[in-house]
Design a protein around this ligand. Structure first.
Ligand SMILES: [Zn+2]
Length: 479
């Protein structure tokens, strides 16, 4: 292939602080419009910002988790631009001296590792949120989000495909979740991606004109948007129309499935950055950095290695489990009840994941307690219920949160293991299917499968399959 795609990503993550970056207003999502505001976050004249220490600590924690250098001295700057969601007409951000510089993260591409360099992590404030009403000529603004603390994590242009970009964004999300730095709720906008994408000839070291795709808040859309923009640019290069690739910001219109030009991309000098005069330099000593480092927990990549080593899971199983911290925690909680990790992994990654997908929810919001799922697996192991019935019970647990034994009792799902009950059913089936007995005796193995099917049908799937088969075989010999 002649062309190579070059992608760099900027991830904006809202920090998990109780109050905003420069004032005491709460950061809760979904509050009444414009209620979580004060003169400071509304940018009223005469108000003075005061930097929330927790913001700096969380930014340092992110930097440490992403192998960055933490700068002992950094400063806040004003980024000047005029926009309705930014009442001060400038955003307080960090320009030339950010809090963290030069890190990296390793991403996993089908078992192969690739190191993505991180250029910097800086602190800034979120602007407000514009609400465009359908068919109305005006726009509303909600300033509740204005002044919520963000970190922006900026990569070098190390990514080479939309898939790598998505894998990178997923890795960052999971690290931020693990370290409790951001809640990363993409649907609420607390994690957003901007992606820069350009095309060049293979082997070329130069970077060509890039296009920025702004504010994408789902991995699926990120991949689609990048794929579309990649093919748009390649086409222009293929047909010698590369001059049409201009430095601009495009937005992704998912309903139309295409990127749309928003504005010519500004350069840094357009923002007329200057040092924020109302906030002193940020000075962080080594002891503080060391103390924050001590609060780091096991990173997803380490957890994955441990799951493979300790629980003998496959690479793929471990990857899916650690991909979401709550899923990994749930899995380890079930293990405490003394079942084989492999069996639990099969059920969690199989039937439970299927239910989560169908209902489009996550493990944190379902009513199944770890103890109840361990109870269900024990019932299968004991032979009280078949694997097939267990699937139905699991679904009922998923929907109602009831304990498995109660569901089994209520629905009369207990496996029929009493010999006398089963015997009557087996006899009835055999009497009604003399031909199949003859077929089996004549060497047709599938006749036995048919008879088993009949027994299962008669018992609505509740016959103990091992007992039923044994009984059938014994009786066929006698008949
Ligand atoms: Zn405020």
């Amino acid at each position: 292939m002649k062309w190579e795609t070059v992608i760099g990503i900027e991830i904006h993550a809202e920090l998990k602080t109780k109050s905003k970056i420069f004032c005491g207003c709460p950061t809760d999502f979904g509050g009444d419009v414009n209620k979580q505001t004060c003169p400071i976050c509304l940018g009223l004249p005469g108000s003075l910002p005061r930097l929330n220490k927790e913001v700096v600590n969380l930014a340092i924690k992110a930097g440490l988790a992403l192998n960055c250098k933490i700068n002992n001295v950094s400063k806040m700057d004003r980024k000047n631009y005029f926009y309705a969601d930014l009442p001060k007409a400038y955003q307080i951000s960090q320009y030339d001296y950010p809090v963290c510089t030069g890190g990296y993260v390793d991403i996993d591409l089908d078992g192969e590792k690739k190191r993505i360099r991180i250029n910097r992590i800086h602190i800034e404030e979120d602007p407000g949120k514009l609400i465009h009403l359908q068919d109305e000529p005006f726009t509303l603004v909600d300033y509740n989000r204005s002044g919520v603390a963000l970190i922006e994590i900026v990569t070098e242009a190390d990514l080479r495909s939309p898939l790598e970009a998505v894998q990178y964004a997923k890795t960052i999300k999971s690290i931020l979740e693990y370290e409790n730095i951001s809640d990363c709720r993409m649907e609420e906008g607390s994690l957003r991606c901007d992606a820069n994408i350009s095309i060049r000839e293979h082997g070329d070291a130069r970077l060509n004109t890039k296009v920025e795709l702004k504010n994408i808040n789902s991995f699926k859309e990120l991949q689609k948007a990048l794929e579309k923009e990649e093919s748009r640019q390649r086409e222009l290069y293929d047909f010698n129309e590369s001059y049409k690739v201009i430095q601009e910001t495009r937005r992704w219109d998912s309903s139309k499935g295409r990127t749309i030009s928003m504005r010519k991309k500004e350069d840094a000098h357009d923002y007329r950055y200057f040092a924020e005069p109302d906030i002193p330099k940020l000075v962080v000593d080594d002891e503080t950095i060391r103390q924050i480092e001590e609060t780091l927990t096991e990173l997803p990549s380490d957890k994955k290695a441990r799951f493979i080593e300790d629980y003998k899971l496959t690479e793929k199983e471990a990857e899916i489990l650690v991909g979401e911290k709550s899923l990994a925690d749930y899995f380890e909680e079930v293990i405490k009840f003394g079942l084989s990790p492999k069996l639990i992994a099969n059920w969690v990654l199989g039937d439970l994941m299927k239910l989560l997908k169908v209902q489009d929810t996550n493990i944190g919001s379902i009513p199944i307690k770890a103890q109840d799922i361990s109870e269900l697996l024990k019932l299968i192991e004991k032979g009280d219920i078949s694997g097939k019935i267990a699937k139905d019970v699991l679904e009922e647990m998923f929907n109602t949160g009831k304990e498995p034994t109660i569901i089994i009792e209520e629905k009369g799902l207990k496996q029929i293991s009493q010999g006398n009950v089963l015997e009557v059913i087996v006899d009835t089936v055999l009497e009604g299917n003399i031909k199949s007995i003859e077929d089996y005796k004549a060497g047709k193995e599938q006749a036995l499968t048919f008879l088993m099917g009949q027994v299962m049908k008669e018992t609505k799937g509740q016959a103990n399959p091992v007992m039923a088969k044994e009984m059938l075989l014994n009786k066929i010999k006698i008949v």
